[in-house]
Design a protein around this ligand. Structure first.
Ligand code: ZN
Length: 415
């Protein structure tokens, strides 16, 4: 595992790579070419996503003071032109929403699967949510509205209009008691194309048993996504290279996913489109977050407790301090676990305040080759152990308590 080579792949991927954009297509080409350079044939597997764009958002508070705020509507928001009374509806709990009908309400929380249903039932004209931090400098923060994902809008025949403002502006509205506003939103839904990059190395001894490796190659808006997750993509590439030189005993599937940041869409697509292969898949190893100079490694097992214990012992024996636990992890391991495949997410948590995700602060300056190499070695150690095991030391089964957590994750997050 060569940290410098991983770092140089991150340099090639060092641009914003959002789901369904030409930049996501570009990174897929880069990864495919990288595989080809060491003789591995990779394929680009396209899939359709439900996307949206917002042409225009206008927000002006009219009473008791007059001010136009910088605002951006959520993608797939309803379009709107309205002048209406405003009300501060705090956390958008049902009791906060009793008088929301027809009003422009402003709330403390983002709009998502958890509160969408109660918000739509309250029938506000528009919902204003905040983004960022009160202390952000204007030149350091981007307004980053979310998206109203089909999984939570589809059950309803109407769509909410949701607008994001900066938290400092939201705070001003609360303090000054904004009571009337004009909102104009022009929004359009469209179908988009995203893609995974996939490659397969057949096993020499137990080809009918498959180990899948996943890492997402996309980023969020404004983010170069170096720590999250060009780093994991580079670790996967290094593993693929290793196994081309050292043919594996079990078959290995490599998947660099697109649209993970839009609700695990790439891994969901793979699992749905490859049912027979997934039935033969005994384990998924997912790499998401790595390269941070300050931090520590983790291995989160979305699967049987025996696997967690096995990794814990293995890492101690080999002298690695790895935070190991049985839990869900918000990444491409989830669709595999949901299909009954035990999944382990291995990576490196950057120390808070010294690493960043999902913002313009996730840049290449905050990843380094030695950390990439260390996490890469840990992934290879475990992968190699599983590849060579005469008998895998765990069943292909998701225990009931973890199954329940996966179900909760999927319904809460709306993915
Ligand atoms: Zn990630």
């Amino acid at each position: 595992m060569d940290g410098k080579r991983m770092y140089s792949l991150i340099e090639k991927m060092n641009f914003v790579r959002v789901s369904g954009t030409p930049e996501e297509a570009k990174v897929a080409d880069i990864l495919r070419a990288e595989c080809a350079a060491f003789g591995l044939k990779a394929e680009i597997d396209e899939f359709t996503t439900q996307d949206g764009e917002v042409a225009r958002t206008f927000l002006e508070v009219l009473e008791p003071y007059r001010k136009t705020y910088e605002a951006k509507a959520y993608r797939r928001s309803a379009s709107l032109e309205a002048t209406a009374e405003m009300e501060y509806a705090e956390d958008a709990l049902p009791v906060n929403l009793l008088d929301a009908k027809g009003k422009i309400i402003y709330i403390n929380t983002p709009v998502g699967k958890k509160n969408y249903e109660q918000l739509i039932k309250a029938e506000p004209a528009c919902v204003i949510a905040g983004d960022g931090d009160m202390l952000d400098h204007l030149d350091e923060i981007d307004l980053q509205p979310g998206m109203l994902r089909p999984v939570f809008t589809d059950p309803f025949d109407k769509r909410l209009c949701v607008v994001t403002v900066r938290k400092r502006d939201l705070y001003e509205m609360i303090v000054k008691g904004a009571s009337k506003a004009r909102v104009e939103v022009e929004s359009r839904d469209f179908e988009n194309t995203s893609r995974n990059v996939t490659a397969f190395i057949p096993g020499t001894k137990r080809p009918e048993e498959i180990i899948a490796f996943t890492a997402h190659m996309d980023s969020t808006q404004f983010s170069h996504g170096c720590y999250d997750n060009a780093a994991g993509s580079a670790i996967l590439m290094e593993l693929a290279r290793h196994y081309m030189l050292n043919p594996p005993e079990r078959s290995l599937r490599f998947i660099w996913t697109g649209s993970e940041e839009r609700g695990l869409l790439g891994s969901k697509h793979f699992v749905a489109a490859n049912e027979d292969e997934v039935k033969k898949t005994r384990l998924c190893i997912n790499c998401d977050l790595a390269g941070s100079p300050a931090g520590h490694e983790f291995a989160i097992v979305t699967g049987p407790k025996e696997l967690t214990d096995h990794i814990d012992m293995l890492m101690k024996e080999e002298g690695y301090a790895v935070e190991t636990r049985t839990d869900t992890y918000s990444s491409d391991c989830i669709p595999f676990a949901d299909s009954g495949v035990p999944a382990v997410s291995i990576g490196r948590f950057g120390t808070p305040g010294m690493s960043y995700i999902h913002s313009r602060r996730d840049v290449i300056d905050y990843v380094c080759a030695p950390s990439l190499e260390k996490t890469g070695r840990i992934v290879l150690l475990f992968a190699e152990r599983m590849n060579r095991a005469a008998c895998l030391p765990f069943e292909r089964k998701i225990p009931d308590d973890i199954r329940k957590k996966v179900d909760e994750y999927l319904s809460k997050k709306g993915v």
